[in-house]
Design a protein around this ligand. Structure first.
Ligand SMILES: [Zn+2]
Length: 269
């Protein structure tokens, strides 16, 4: 693939970076990333990945745009109220960069459809807001051997990591940290706990940086580390994550062997 004159202009600030260059930009244009959730994290993810020229962006979300979303979900506009989020996101991305093809999946990710939806993507970025989806994606990406860049938000805080446990070695998976999902009523979601809108922008933008790094093979991967952002204290902590030899997914005695959960007790949506 050769860049057009207009693409040389559009991506000039990437091309001037030795670490990206023409080869890196062509790689981005040929990359396929699935963004899960077109919400608080999905908005900055989709905006920056589209602007960067990631050629195919899948977006999965079954919600419509509500007024209370607009305080942080900046890919949607007031005029898009009541529209499916995947359609609203597609319209905004088309205005930003016509090089990008959006693949809308207007559905909810389940154990039954995950493998089919993930097939063909190079990387998954999790911007979902619940533990069931986070665990499901961890398992589905592990089985499909797709890197997962996962983030979460609460009130004034955020956290971020990359999971590539399918590569073996020291790479942990999400279940190495949390073997099973917590009870649903233990962890509040944004709608119950609140969220300062710009926190979603900060963490979603960090997540977009990690996605671009993984696609381009740049720098130090966040696999094996958890980045914890405290917005009120303005601190970032990087916590080392270890692979758990007793992990039910990626350990040698794994009890989870497929997404259906046969023979396991892990709840999936
Ligand atoms: Zn694991």
């Amino acid at each position: 693939m050769d860049l057009t004159d207009s693409q040389f202009h559009r991506y000039a600030r990437h091309l001037i970076l030795d670490e990206v260059g023409e080869e890196g930009q062509e790689k981005l244009l040929e990359s396929r990333v699935l963004v899960v959730g077109a919400g608080g994290l999905g908005s900055p993810l989709l905006l920056y990945l589209a602007a960067a020229g990631v050629g195919t962006l899948g977006v999965i979300d079954d919600d419509v745009v509500e007024l209370s979303n607009l305080q942080r979900q900046v890919i949607h506009k007031t005029a898009s109220l009541d529209q499916p989020k995947v359609d609203s996101a597609r319209a905004t991305v088309a205005e930003i960069n016509p090089d990008v093809r959006i693949v809308p999946h207007r559905t909810r990710l389940t154990a039954a459809n995950a493998a089919e939806i993930l097939a063909g993507y190079d990387l998954v970025a999790d911007g979902s807001d619940n533990f069931a989806t986070r665990f499901l994606l961890n398992d589905a990406c592990y089985f499909a051997r797709i890197p997962l860049v996962s983030a979460a938000l609460l009130r004034f805080d955020g956290q971020l990591s990359t999971y590539k446990a399918h590569l073996g070695g020291a790479h942990p998976c999400y279940r190495c940290l949390f073997p099973t999902p917590p009870p649903a009523d233990l962890i509040p979601r944004c709608e119950e706990a609140g969220i300062l809108g710009a926190i979603a922008g900060a963490v979603g933008s960090l997540q977009a940086v990690e996605v671009l790094k993984e696609l381009l093979g740049l720098g130090e991967s966040l696999s094996g580390s958890l980045l914890v952002y405290d917005g009120l204290a303005t601190t970032f902590r990087k916590i080392r994550l270890k692979r758990d030899p007793a992990c039910p997914l990626c350990g040698p005695q794994a009890t989870i062997r497929d997404l259906s959960g046969h023979g396991t007790e892990h709840p999936l949506p």
